[in-house]
Ligand binder design. Structure first.
Ligand SMILES: [Zn+2]
Length: 56
């Protein structure tokens, strides 16, 4: 397991060592986070909000 920082609340987020870039993780603060890989280090960014309100 790897402990990363939530970009939204700054709290710790635990992800699997073998998490893949693009994998979505929901943090306890309610944020949808996306795993990104920089070199051989994992980090997190806020996932794009998709669905919900794209027109009728
Ligand atoms: Zn968070």
């Amino acid at each position: 397991m790897v402990v990363l920082k939530c970009p939204v609340c700054g709290g710790d987020v635990t992800v699997e060592d073998d998490a893949l870039p693009g994998e979505l993780v929901e943090h306890e603060c309610g944020a949808q986070l996306e795993v990104v890989k920089n070199g051989d280090k994992l980090s997190l960014k806020l996932a794009e909000q998709v669905g919900e309100d794209w027109g009728e």
